[in-house]
Structures are given as structure tokens and as C-alpha cells.
Design a protein around this ligand. Structure first.
Ligand SMILES: O=C(O)CCC(=O)C(=O)O
Ligand SMILES: [Fe+2]
Length: 266
């Protein structure tokens, strides 16, 4: 069993951004209150997966465990729009990826009892580099993609927390079977319902097994630099925004969904 990750809540945006560069993640406690957690869980529970959107719908009966994964959640109900530009979270994304950053994807994810351990991985490694280059104080690589995890449960070992190796984004490589980086073992994110952890795509991490009798609810909001393409399946123009969603969205939310001004390559 991994030790719990030391979750430090930095007060200022500057410190939070610095943590993204140094540790690879930032922890934001109490982003949602109990009512907001309950409301978001109910909205997620009501979603029906669509195979054409690459949603997953693994069930206990057919697959041995629940693994329900609904992409493009922002397009399913106006309730999800508020998680595009949730204060504190989007502020970090914009500070890191720029004022024209966008939402790469939003996935409502429910993982039930029996969900197995994932292997340690990066979500994406944009640059493979020797670690001594990354340790050079003159080198500060851009952060291309981040993911905000909205935890909607009080986490405990059996429910399957996410495990992280802090600082592993500076390895310049994928774990490829390794279980530690520079002596640093993986640590579990034992946070509370309503907390958010935002992390960059190069951090070594994994979801762990759900050995409890409950389903874990997690909303993932991925952000990226404007030059990184959004991932809104189905592709080839078959993804369509719901007009009622566009009608309900504010200007910042529209931009985060891709309503950009003309720029490079447009
Ligand atoms: O389930 C989790 O806690 C993390 C999931 C994850 O890292 C992934 O699917 O890429
Ligand atoms: Fe991941």
C-alpha cells in the first residue's frame, strides 16, 4: 500500500503555477461544496454512454466491473459547463497554457468494485529528454496538457485513489515498468470529495484497484495550449455541439470549447 501524498494547498496562483512546474501538480481543496458534489454525481450518474463518442460502458454483469466513461460531458447537460471555467482551476490552466487555452476534453468517469490497478503511465509525453537537461535551471519546457481531477468521493485505499510520483515529469521519459523515480515511490491522493488535483500530462501516475463495494465518481477536465487539438469524438465533423449548450454557455466557456479568434494556421 502506497503512502499518502503530502497534499499542500498553495494560496496564490503564482505558487500553484510554480508547483505545476516543480512538482507536476497542484492541489486545490474544497473547490466544490457538498451540495455541488451531490449535484455533479447525480448528473454524471444520469449520463448514457455513446459508443460513437468512444464512451465506455463496462458493466458488472457483462465485464465483471463497472467502468463508465462519458466523453464530451460539457455537451450533454448545461450543468457541466460550469466545470470548464471553474474559478481557481481554469485560472491555473490559463496561467500555464495561455489566455487562449481550451478544453481538450471532459470525461465523466465512474469506476466500480473490481476495477483493476492501472500501470504507472504518463497521459502524454510531448518531449523525451535526458533528465540532466530538464534539471538545468535554464530549461523550462512548456506545459502542453493538464488534467483537473474533480474527486467526488472521500478517497480511501479500497476505493482506488490515483497514485502519483511527484516530480516524475522531470524524468523526461515514460515509466516503462519502473515503480520509482530517483528514489521517490508512488504516493496516493487521499483527498476529500470536492477537492481538485490538477496535473501535467508527463507525471507518472495510475488509477488503483477498487476493492470496495462502492463506485468512485471522478470528473476529468483536460486543458491544453490552443495549438494542441481538442479531442471531441466522433471525428470527421460528426461531433455536433448541442445548440442549447451553446446558448447556455458564457463567453469564456465558449472559448474553452473552441470558439477561438483567428490565429496561426487558421
Ligand atoms: O483513475 C484514476 O484515478 C486515474 C486514471 C488515469 O490516470 C487514466 O486513465 O489515464
Ligand atoms: Fe492517466
Amino acid at each position: 500500500m502506497a503512502q499518502a501524498l503530502d497534499l499542500v494547498a498553495y494560496e496564490t496562483l503564482e505558487e500553484q503555477v510554480e508547483a505545476m512546474y516543480r512538482d507536476g501538480f497542484a492541489y486545490l481543496p474544497d473547490v466544490l461544496n457538498a451540495d455541488e458534489v451531490a449535484a455533479l454525481r447525480a448528473q454524471m450518474d444520469a449520463l448514457t454512454p455513446r459508443p460513437e463518442s468512444y464512451d465506455k460502458n463496462m458493466t458488472a454483469e457483462e465485464d465483471g466491473f463497472i467502468n463508465r466513461h462519458v466523453n464530451n460531458a460539457f455537451n450533454r447537460h448545461p450543468h457541466f459547463l460550469g466545470f470548464l471555467d471553474r474559478e481557481a482551476v481554469v485560472d491555473i490552466a490559463e496561467a500555464i497554457h495561455g489566455d487562449d487555452c481550451h478544453c481538450l476534453g471532459m470525461t465523466a468517469w465512474m469506476t466500480g468494485p473490481g476495477r483493476p490497478d492501472q500501470a504507472l503511465h504518463t497521459d502524454w509525453l510531448p518531449l523525451e529528454l535526458p533528465p540532466d537537461i530538464l534539471a538545468d535551471p535554464r530549461v523550462r519546457t512548456p506545459i502542453f496538457i493538464t488534467t483537473a481531477h474533480y474527486y467526488l468521493d472521500d478517497l480511501y485505499e479500497e476505493l482506488g485513489p490515483t497514485n502519483f510520483i511527484p516530480g516524475s515529469h522531470l524524468s523526461g521519459c515514460k515509466p516503462d515498468g519502473a515503480t520509482s523515480w530517483q528514489g521517490q515511490e508512488e504516493r496516493s491522493i487521499m483527498c476529500k470529495a470536492g477537492d481538485v488535483v490538477i496535473f501535467r500530462s508527463e507525471v507518472w501516475h495510475r488509477g488503483t484497484a477498487n476493492t470496495s463495494d462502492r463506485t468512485r465518481f471522478l470528473l476529468q477536465v483536460h486543458y491544453s495550449m490552443r495549438m494542441i487539438t481538442q479531442k471531441y469524438p466522433p471525428y470527421m465533423g460528426r461531433f455536433k455541439f448541442d445548440p442549447a449548450i451553446l446558448e447556455a454557455a458564457n463567453e469564456r466557456q465558449l472559448r474553452l470549447m473552441g470558439d477561438h479568434k483567428k490565429s496561426n494556421y487558421d
